[in-house]
Design a protein around this ligand. Structure first.
Ligand code: ZN
Length: 376
């Protein structure tokens, strides 16, 4: 191609002698620049086949996307994230230095390092790229990949569900209230071994009202609130672990809303930190217990909506499922659950203390730094 252009220019210049004599150097310089420019385009396209092109610049092909949706690729580019189609227009991955986030068109589930996270609005695929609702970008992507620094957690409020006259889920002789207290006591021990003070909404088989629990945590100046429960379902097949945060304002919950109101509540002040804490606990639960990943979910639960600190509710397995029940009855398996919850809290603590706004990574790699967890 270069030779062709040079030959063409040479023939043209021979016919225009004056120009040939006067500007020969400049003209060849121009030819060189043209060739270099065309060559660069050609080679960059060949060398980087995995890169996802931006939305098409051709106005005829641009599909209008709601203004509250943002281009995921453009969002990622500001942090130098790499993007790649896994399946053109259907599945896309974003990569940080150590994390992989997977998106699927029309789905309300994204996965972050293979952990499911149920967002509030479906992902959209259009114009050769993917779009995410801006509220989900801030309460999921930014919350987990780019957490804002916050003062360290010094006091954790653990809230074993139910108690006293309220057994919670029941399966035969097995009552939820008994096992969540056992798990919470283990979490307490591990956190205290790692220098964190723990307050418990209940340390024995006593009843406490739902609104009293977050109020007690506030009174004790806790920095985090972690409620621990066990799940139950009509189908004995339902199994696995999930962690709930309160639902961001205006959005639908992952499960159908009970109250119908989607108004902003006090708990929404911590949406991003709620998500970050839920992600770290869910990741450890799945990694350490090998129970089914049901994901981080959103629901306006009574103990979460007005909690004046980052707060989550852990559902640590199904009492109504044989496989989960077996684990919950085993002391060593319960310790794994407790270990995972504690380690999730410690990883959260680490992620808000390190300056990650530049590095953009959710992987704290903090396991090596946590003492005494493996001694359980
Ligand atoms: Zn419960």
């Amino acid at each position: 191609m270069i030779l062709f252009i040079v030959a063409l220019m040479n023939s043209y210049l021979k016919q225009h002698k004056r120009l040939y004599r006067m500007n020969l150097k400049q003209v060849f310089h121009l030819v060189f620049l043209c060739c270099f420019f065309l060559g660069s385009i050609f080679f960059s396209a060949c060398a980087n086949p995995e890169s996802l092109p931006d939305a098409s610049p051709n106005p005829k092909t641009i599909v209008k996307v709601p203004s509250n949706y943002k281009n995921i690729v453009t969002w990622g580019k500001q942090y130098k994230l790499r993007s790649r189609w896994v399946q053109k227009d259907k599945k896309m991955n974003l990569y940080t230095a150590s994390d992989v986030v997977s998106f699927e068109a029309e789905s309300q589930k994204v996965t972050i390092n293979d952990i499911s996270f149920w967002i509030s609005y479906p992902i959209k695929s259009a114009n050769g790229t993917m779009y995410m609702h801006q509220q989900d970008i801030s309460t999921c992507l930014e919350a987990i990949l780019k957490p804002k620094a916050r003062s360290q957690v010094k006091i954790v409020a653990l809230d074993p569900g139910h108690g006293g006259k309220q057994p919670g889920a029941v399966s035969g002789k097995m009552q939820e209230k008994t096992y969540v207290l056992l798990i919470a006591q283990e979490v307490k021990r591990i956190l205290e071994n790692n220098g964190i003070k723990v307050v418990m909404t209940r340390s024995s088989d006593k009843y406490m009202g739902l609104s009293e629990r977050p109020a007690y945590a506030s009174k004790q100046n806790a920095n985090l609130f972690v409620s621990i429960h066990l799940n139950s379902a009509a189908s004995s097949k339902a199994n696995g672990v999930e962690v709930f945060t309160t639902t961001p304002s205006g959005a639908r919950s992952t499960n159908p809303d009970r109250s119908g109101s989607r108004a902003r509540t006090a708990g929404n002040a911590y949406d991003a930190y709620n998500s970050l804490l839920a992600y770290h606990i869910q990741k450890e639960l799945v990694d350490q217990t090998r129970m089914t990943d049901r994901g981080v979910r959103r629901d306006r639960l009574a103990v979460l909506i007005n909690t004046k600190m980052p707060a989550v509710l852990v559902e640590a397995g199904f009492i109504s499922n044989k496989s989960d029940q077996k684990k919950l009855l085993s002391t060593s398996e319960r310790k794994k659950i407790a270990n995972a919850i504690a380690e999730g809290i410690l990883n959260y603590n680490k992620s808000i203390s390190s300056s990650k706004s530049d590095s953009l990574s959710s992987s704290s790699n903090s396991r090596r730094n946590i003492t005494q967890i493996d001694k359980l």
